[in-house]
Design a protein around this ligand. Sequence first.
Ligand code: SF4
Length: 382
Amino acid sequence: MTSPRDRVDACPGALQTHTAADGELARVRVPGGSLSAHQLRVLALASRELGDGHLEMTSRGNLQLRGLPVVHDLGDRLADAGLLPSATHERVRNVLASALTGLDDEGHVNASPWVRALDAGLVADPALAELPGRFLAALDDGRGDVIGLGADVGLLALSATEVALVLGGVDSGLRTDPGGAVDLALDAARALLAERAAQDSQAWRLAELDDGPARVAARLTARRGTPVEMPAAPLVGQVGAVAQPDGRTALVGVVPLGRLSADQAELLAELADGVRITPWRTVVVPDLAEEAVDDAAVDLFRTGFVFDEASPWLQVTTCAGRPGCAKSLSDVRADAVAAVTTGRLPADGARQHWAGCGRRCGRPAGALDVVATGDGYSIGAV
Ligand code: SF4
């Protein structure tokens, strides 16, 4: 397959913003979804003072601020808070990690050190600033929650001592140990660029290159194993209380439609030293003492977090829609809220993504399409 791209991608960042109908839109990369309490406060204040008072959670576990003026100091605020370590690499720092890694016993390894090392390695190599803004890395501790989310370069722990390199969603068969895994992933990112240049391509994703996974793998040196099938990513995120091996508890709540308010972000900053945001529009609040769990859950519930795994809010995501996007044929958020609150979600409440036009921005793989037509919505067909 030859890449159809005839231009470089225009993914927004914190510095290279996108002009939307409601103002400038900035996307803040949050590798591994990890945010300190201080960073939460900085983002909350920025959303209040510069934007619309909300932080939009994306399907790649990043955050967006909307409604910004053309001239603003968001970049300086983020840099001061450690959220913009490189002006040249900001758009390529798309790194997913297993949401509960290191907090429970489900993974073979703790992927959090991989996140920090991969992010540092990306930023340290000037050549990797040339990666497309669509570049995505997924670091899976072995539980299989993020490796199926369509990353260009992925690591999947197969055991405590063996890690598979996954390219374009396919097991490359290349193997390493946990200590060498990040270096192999960085080499794969460089090989992606080399292969893209060799094909004289502007591909935005590894899978868009001719025979991309195999040709990128052929540029790498590592021991070989028998390729394994990749687990499918879960359609909805885990919510509720998760017991940590150290006796503390992680609370996981979904943010309806992924619109985290400044008030919610500030409450999170009061409850924990840091949190994780996930691609399922959930927030993990770790390390809660036993006696603090109930009060934290009540406080979060009062501000709109949902902890009921049967809630329809777990099943629905939307694009921005009107008034934020000029292309939208409807106010999809308002329509989706009305459908949830009146119990009238289509398709018996199956996992669904509502969009204001056929581009279906932010659509998670496997979700049913609910697309505005200008005269209602089409369900499941665009
Ligand atoms: S799907 Fe269409 S309406 Fe929705 S944000 Fe994307 S371009 Fe705008």
